[in-house]
Design a binder for this molecule. Structure first.
Ligand code: F6P
Length: 326
């Protein structure tokens, strides 16, 4: 028998499509198992400010299809300080909350890991970020939807690029990871994909583009992850203009459009199963871990490993994308 009777659930850090589906799964699985559930608003900020309210089955009706997060989200500076975390702990105890389900990414789990050890308070994580940069799951909640958003936009850009015979640099999110860039770039047939995980040789890129244009191309798309070592799309386009002025270029920064929208069916199913298994995991005394799915199997990975253990980008796919765009 587990001692957990009351759990808290929160979303934290950058939002991602599918977070609502995850909240729904957590709330309903918990209630089914006889637990009481409390929603914590605005992530760690709300935990510090006591923005905590009980949730019921009807609290999560009609949200599976909605982007964003009904619990709101925030990045908390105060939670990085011990005083902030102590306040948060006291609020949880006041509400008699015994355990927490945290839905978020790197920052969320860094905080969770410290808090759990400091106060011996059980926390289980769900990977909610469009970046897919967490070790211990094939896909994070929101990644699939974000890729589809990028592809939809890139297809539209391809139309105008073809008509005007231009080269487009499209910047996608990913400060430290190129997963969005790589997958969306392959899906939209990008000529080049620039990611933070590999070095971008700008003169080489200029040479290849010149060669492509001489051969047969009159238009093209370069997907640039915002964290690429050469800088974002504006910087890369500027450098290319200096080197290849004969190619007319434009820049599109997709920005936060990638974080919104109705979650794809894939993200809804992923979020539902992760939410369900997170609560089951807590009841089986799993904590200090992130719930993930690898090769269709549910796995629980310690927070430290999920955030620090590097998830490799598939460089073969980068090579493949170049060959297929020749
Ligand atoms: O971590 C998710 C993410 O969307 C990153 O890809 C991006 O760099 C960052 O959040 C942007 O954060 P903010 O919305 O706080 O500017």
């Amino acid at each position: 028998m587990t001692y957990i009777q009351r759990i808290g659930v929160m979303t934290s850090g950058g939002d991602s499509p599918g977070m609502n589906a995850a909240i729904r799964a957590v709330v309903r699985t918990a209630i089914f198992n006889g637990l009481e559930v409390f929603g914590i608003y605005r992530g760690y900020e709300g935990m510090i400010d006591d923005q905590i309210e009980e949730m019921f089955s009807h609290s999560v009706s009609n949200i599976i299809q909605r982007g964003g997060t009904i619990l709101k989200t925030a990045r908390s500076e105060r939670f990085k300080e011990y005083e902030g975390r102590l306040k948060a702990y006291q609020n949880l105890r006041t509400h008699k909350i015994d355990a927490l389900v945290a839905i978020g990414g790197n920052g969320t789990f860094t905080g969770a890991s410290i808090f759990e050890k400091e106060f011996n308070f059980p926390i289980i994580g769900l990977p909610g970020t469009i970046d897919n940069d967490l070790y211990g799951t094939d896909s994070t909640i929101g990644y699939d939807t974000a890729i589809n958003t990028v592809v939809e936009a890139a297809d539209k850009i391809r139309d105008t690029a073809t008509s005007h015979e231009r080269l487009f640099f499209i910047e996608v999110m990913g400060r430290d990871a190129g997963f969005i860039a790589l997958r969306s770039g392959i899906a939209c047939g990008a000529e080049f994909i620039l990611v933070p995980e590999t070095t971008t040789y700008i003169d080489n890129l200029a040479r290849l583009l010149r060669h492509d244009w001489r051969k047969n191309k009159t238009s093209g798309i370069v997907i640039v992850a915002e964290g690429d070592d050469m800088g974002g799309a504006i910087e890369v386009a500027k450098k290319m203009k200096e080197r290849v002025p004969e190619i007319e270029a434009r820049v599109t920064i997709l920005g936060h459009v990638q974080r919104g929208g109705s979650p794809s069916a894939f993200d809804r199913v992923l979020a539902s199963s992760l939410g369900y298994h997170a609560v089951k995991g807590l009841l089986e005394e799993q904590h200090g871990v992130m719930t993930g799915i690898i090769n269709k199997e549910v796995v629980y990975t310690p927070f430290e490993k999920a955030i620090k253990h590097y998830k490799d980008i598939n460089t073969d796919m980068l090579e493949m994308s170049r060959i297929l765009a020749l």
